[in-house]
Design a binder for this molecule. Structure first.
Ligand SMILES: Cc1cc2nc3c(=O)[nH]c(=O)nc-3n(C[C@H](O)[C@H](O)[C@H](O)COP(=O)(O)OP(=O)(O)OC[C@H]3O[C@@H](n4cnc5c(N)ncnc54)[C@H](O)[C@@H]3O)c2cc1C
Length: 258
């Protein structure tokens, strides 16, 4: 979305908002703002997303979400306009998390390997897909360089298994954590409130998006409590400081430098 021509914006207000993306340079109009929202199928935002059919309805839905859930920023959002010249400035979709058998053989007998989303598709909520792809490809190229002999289906399958152990599995699990999967109910119950009151825990939790592997070692309630204690201070002390907001706050929290 672009600022309405002739308007200037209170940059401070926009910058402290973490839900809108930073300005993009659009091919037609230069600096623009984009928004991304994630709606769970059973959540309050899903029917709003169902109503999105073009850039105008996308803008209307975003403005409506801000009005209801983030009213302090709604006046800024209201000032934004769609880019008339770009009918494809909006996108909606859904991802079915899928891990495939990553190697197959063509009818003429050539082994083929799937990479990236074709092998492991995750919901974008935890930003894992491209990272996972880049690591898979880099490691595959490295292994291919060091390999002497045929690139057989077995060799490709073995390399995929190594990738699964090295990164793929953790990328899938951290996505499940951030999606609110019931298997991670304890992790969410303890670590998100702890992150709300401790910048060190917030940083460690956010760090799982860059390196999700430590999550694989956190299986039980005791593991998660130990994680909180190791990162910050005794888990019961951290959690005792947390008071649920009960509703979205009308004032964004001050930025914390860690
Ligand atoms: C909204 C959203 C936000 C995301 N945010 C992040 C993030 O923050 N961090 C992160 O790591 N990942 C993120 N991802 C995931 C990331 O975009 C994907 O994981 C990544 O692009 C996968 O790369 P890929 O090469 O496997 O597939 P793609 O990037 O999808 O590339 C496949 C290409 O093949 C082309 N193609 C398809 N069929 C054919 C055909 N028959 N002939 C020729 N070409 C064809 C397609 O047009 C496409 O260009 C996000 C995804 C979405 C949807």
């Amino acid at each position: 979305m672009q600022p309405i021509r002739g308007e200037t914006h209170d940059d401070t207000t926009i910058r402290r908002d973490h839900r809108g993306g930073p300005p993009f340079l659009h091919k037609d109009v230069g600096a623009t703002w984009s928004f991304i929202v994630f709606a769970k199928p059973s959540g309050a935002w899903a029917p709003r997303i169902d109503d999105v059919h073009d850039a105008v309805t996308a803008r209307r839905t975003i403005a409506g979400i801000f009005q209801e859930f983030f009213p302090e920023d709604a006046p800024v959002i209201e000032q934004l306009d769609v880019i008339e010249s770009d009918p494809v400035s909006w996108l909606k979709g859904a991802v079915t998390p899928t891990v495939r058998q990553a190697v197959a053989t063509t009818t003429s007998g050539h082994p083929v390997a799937a990479i990236g989303d074709t092998a492991i598709a995750v919901d974008p909520v935890a930003g894992q897909g491209a990272q996972n792809t880049v690591i898979q490809v880099a490691e595959l190229v490295k292994a291919a360089r060091a390999h002497d002999g045929e690139f057989t289906a077995d060799w490709l399958a073995e390399e995929f298994e190594k990738h699964w152990e090295r990164r793929g599995h953790a990328a899938v699990e951290v996505t499940r954590l951030f999606l609110g999967d019931p298997d991670y109910a304890t992790h969410a119950e303890l670590s998100f409130p702890a992150a709300a009151v401790s910048p060190a825990i917030a940083q460690a939790l956010f760090g799982l998006l860059s390196d999700p592997n430590p999550l694989l070692g956190l299986r039980t309630r005791e593991d998660v409590e130990g994680f909180i204690t190791a990162v910050a201070e005794p888990h019961d002390q951290v959690l005792a400081r947390f008071a649920p907001a009960g509703r979205f706050s009308s004032a964004a929290p001050a930025a914390v430098t860690v």
